[in-house]
Design a binder for this molecule. Structure first.
Ligand code: ZN
Length: 833
């Protein structure tokens, strides 16, 4: 029993205190001995981290445009090896990118990427912050980026964060002239902000909240070719070799950095292992320094090498030692370390007279809190904030607890416990002491204020400061011997209505001539957050329309309800774009809405050939199935096994979603079946792929995937209103069943297309041309070739984004592509006219 309790507590403490990289996840079926061994290793690593942290009073900031642009290798080495306080700052949440693992895009993707970034930062041992600038998709220049961000606003935010985070050195991967426009813009901003943060005339209104701050050095990562040819280096540099082994974690820093990178799963796939020859050596060029700063030494290993604090401050930072040896040499003698730390606290390490502390209060706070953390690790005590429910519901009771654990071998006094929630701090009753190997809980019972602002759905709160909801902080003041220290735990909890609409499918309702006479069908997912059964109404409200149904939803449960609108439909050709329906969940009596979602209604005048049978292979989301349903097409979702061995002859058209060969690698070996389908008279429509997912590659055993050679480039057209020219205006694909005009390219979202083909065989007809302003025209956005008795279409235009957003032109063009080559298409047009 005693052993079991100790084991449980050690695991508990290691889970809740963990600041360390947990590189090896414990398999469930481990023996107790192995488990203890793992826990011991984690405890050693954690203690070493806490002790090395005490030796380093400097902060390094890594500035990045998007999640995954941070230099995880350098951040990991700086924290794990040197104990630098590492923070990262991201211009955007990366919501304009693609999603390699799920259906979410835009703000929903931003929410996921924020979480991924936080998970990566935990592995790196750094602390992420965001400027919350909008990621509007790929851009080619800083100017275009600043038009969207506002240069001054972006600078204001970056200056504020530098003044708040107070980095001694700043590093960035981004220069001012290469790569993504967001990267260039971020590279420019940081150059400006380096000086502006120190200038009291810049953004003086911020000085009520933060002081001016002069970072000492600014570094930009050296380009790869320069890093390889060190002879050419003229600038001062520091060099990081991430291939060194971390003696406390049994991995190299490069492996830890890769583990962090893999947390950015929506941007994968990532390599599974560090390359055989090791990760690249990383070099940074010194591009700015403050006046009077110590020179960066030759052969510098970190951005802070040679930096010195003012004498009065550094002399106050007495780093504890044992027999004049650093504490990091004593990680296996925890008891001695604890005594040394207790003495350090008693003798006022990292404190000084008021006038000295006033020179740089946050640095004293940082080091003092690092001493707190070291005391907690050495004493093996921890705290975790918990709530009884996963979300707060306004007006409902909320129980918040601080769970304290003592996994060590000495008594720990509890001087006070405070819980901060909804903006105010409350002292809570608690035991006054924890014996070794015990835990205790301090409970705070309250009611979520009725005025607490909702933070769900998260994607609606990406930019308003409510992302992930209310912070809850549990804080305990403890004492070991006569040394007092503070431990804290912060969590965030969403604020949600008692019954919440989690999703509405479809999120945008597109109607076409073939589907406009059908009832509107919605599937609504609800969750009941309350402890009692919910009886109420699910309603649809819109212009001249009101219908609904009664629903019953059990306590703490979630379910999907279908909702069908059978009465006279408001969707006709007269529906203007911008019409919308409200879907609400209501209390029955009196009817009062608890939660509401809006659904846009869109009419697309898109005709399809009759008797089409379409098979489609989706990649990451449901856009294809929803779009085909809106067109009222007889459609069947395919699996790769259907392609491999099913009867494809029943389909008139098969559609491969974006990045199909990436999403379904098993498709590669059965691609011949698809070409055979075309040869036998079918139409195969292939949406865009990335260059390295498509171009022939012997190493990956990827042949030419199209029936005739077709090679992709990295060219993009990022302006969603870039002009589109018809190269073959009479081509049937542009005329049947729908006559495509310029109007069909109006109101597009995000971009025109990406990874445009650069070379293609003469069998292909190129139908459209488009380009960003000032760039040469790209002709490969839509290629069509006859093959055997059928037709092959490859298109790099971003139809999936237009279909998903309900852009009518997207539906009309998609209808033409799936109808193409169907013998009845021409007849259908004749009948219609
Ligand atoms: Zn980026």
């Amino acid at each position: 029993m005693h052993f079991e309790l100790k084991r449980k507590l050690r695991i508990y403490v290691s889970l809740f205190l963990s600041l360390l990289l947990l590189s090896a996840v414990a398999p469930r079926q481990q023996s107790a001995q192995q488990e203890l061994g793992l826990v011991d290793k984690q405890n050693r690593a954690r203690l070493h981290q806490a002790l090395i942290d005490l030796t380093n009073p400097f902060t390094v900031l890594c500035v990045a445009a998007h999640p995954d642009d941070e230099d995880g290798s350098t951040l990991t080495v700086l924290r794990r090896k040197y104990g630098v306080h590492t923070v990262s700052l991201f211009s955007t949440y990366g919501e304009g990118g693609q999603n390699a693992v799920g259906p979410e895009l835009y703000e929903e993707l931003g929410v996921i990427r924020a979480r991924e970034t936080m998970a990566a930062a935990e592995v790196q041992g750094s602390e992420p912050h965001f400027l919350g600038l909008r990621d509007f998709g790929f851009s080619k220049t800083a100017e275009e980026t600043f038009r969207a961000w506002g240069e001054k606003e972006a600078l204001r935010r970056m200056v504020f964060q530098i003044r708040r985070l107070r980095p001694d050195a700043i590093i960035t991967n981004h220069d001012t002239t290469t790569g993504h426009g967001h990267h260039q813009a971020t590279g420019r901003l940081i150059l400006q902000a380096f000086d502006a943060a120190a200038d009291p005339k810049q953004f003086p209104e911020q000085l009520n909240q933060v002081g001016v701050w002069q970072a000492q050095r600014l570094f930009v990562r050296a380009p790869r070719r320069e890093a390889q040819a060190t002879a050419q280096v003229t600038q001062k540099q520091f060099t990081i070799d991430p291939n060194e082994a971390d003696p406390f974690r049994e991995t190299t820093y490069a492996q830890q950095a890769l583990a962090a990178l893999q947390k950015h799963a929506t941007q994968g796939p990532w390599p599974k292992t560090v390359a055989a020859g090791g990760a690249r050596i990383i070099r940074y060029n010194l591009v700015r320094e403050a006046t009077g700063v110590a020179a960066l030494p030759d052969n510098a290993k970190t951005p802070i090498d040679g930096l010195r604090l003012p004498e009065s401050i550094s002399s106050a930072f007495h780093i504890p030692t044992i027999d004049n040896k650093p504490l990091t040499e004593f990680v296996d003698k925890k008891d001695e370390v604890l005594i040394s730390l207790v003495n350090a606290r008693k003798h006022g390490a990292f404190t000084a007279s008021r006038d000295v502390m006033d020179l740089d209060p946050p640095r004293f706070q940082l080091m003092s809190s690092r001493l707190d953390a070291a005391l907690a690790v050495a004493a093996d005590v921890g705290i975790t904030a918990e709530t009884d429910e996963p979300v707060f519901v306004p007006g409902a009771p909320a129980k918040i607890s601080a769970v304290l654990g003592n996994g060590g071998e000495v008594d720990v006094q509890i001087k006070r416990v405070d819980i901060t929630a909804f903006g105010s701090e409350h002292r809570v009753a608690t035991a006054d002491k924890m014996l070794p190997e015990t835990e205790t809980t301090a409970l705070y019972e309250t009611t979520t204020p009725k005025t607490a602002s909702l933070s769900v759905p998260s994607d609606a709160h990406l930019y308003d400061g409510q992302l992930f909801g209310q912070p809850v902080v549990a804080r305990a003041e403890l004492a070991v011997g006569d040394a007092t220290f503070v431990i804290t735990s912060q969590i965030q909890r969403d604020v949600a209505p008692p019954v919440q609409i989690l999703s509405v499918d479809p999120p945008v309702y597109v109607s076409t001539p073939a589907s406009s006479q059908k009832p509107l069908e919605f599937k609504v997912r609800l969750i009941n957050r309350m402890a009692g059964e919910f009886k109420g109404l699910l309603r649809v409200l819109g212009s001249s329309l009101e219908t609904g149904r009664e629903i019953v939803l059990g306590a703490h449960s979630s379910d999907v309800f279908s909702l069908s609108v059978r009465q006279a439909l408001p969707i006709t050709r007269r529906i203007q774009s911008g019409s919308e329906l409200g879907i609400t969940v209501d209390l029955p009596n009196p009817k009062s809405p608890i939660d509401k979602r809006k659904v846009k209604l869109i009419y697309a005048d898109a005709l399809v050939a009759p008797e089409l049978v379409v098979g489609y292979l989706p990649s990451f989301d449901q856009t294809l199935s929803r779009s085909l349903a809106a067109l009222n097409v007889n459609a069947k979702e395919l699996k790769v096994s259907d392609v491999a061995s099913g009867d494809l002859s029943k389909f008139s058209t098969i559609v491969l979603d974006i990045r199909s060969y990436e999403a379904h690698p098993e498709l590669l070996p059965v691609n011949d079946r698809l070409l055979k389908f075309v040869e036998n008279g079918g139409t195969l429509l292939v949406f865009y792929h990335k260059t390295d997912e498509w171009n022939p590659d012997d190493r990956r055993q990827r042949p030419q995937l199209a029936p005739y050679p077709l090679t992709l480039s990295d060219d993009r057209v990022t302006q969603e209103d870039a002009p589109v020219w018809f190269l073959q205006p009479r081509h049937p694909l542009l005329n049947s069943p729908n006559r495509i005009t310029q109007a069909d390219f109006a109101n597009w979202v995000q971009e025109r297309g990406l990874y445009f083909p650069k070379e293609w065989d003469s069998h292909y007809a190129a139908l459209l041309s488009t380009n960003d302003k000032g760039e040469p025209p790209l002709h490969g956005g839509l290629l069509v070739a006859p093959y055997g008795k059928g037709n092959y279409i490859y298109t790099s235009l971003v139809w999936y984004r237009q279909l998903r957003a309900g852009i009518p032109g997207g539906y009309r063009f998609f209808a033409n592509m799936i109808s193409y080559g169907n013998r009845k298409t021409e007849a259908s047009r004749a009948n219609d006219q």
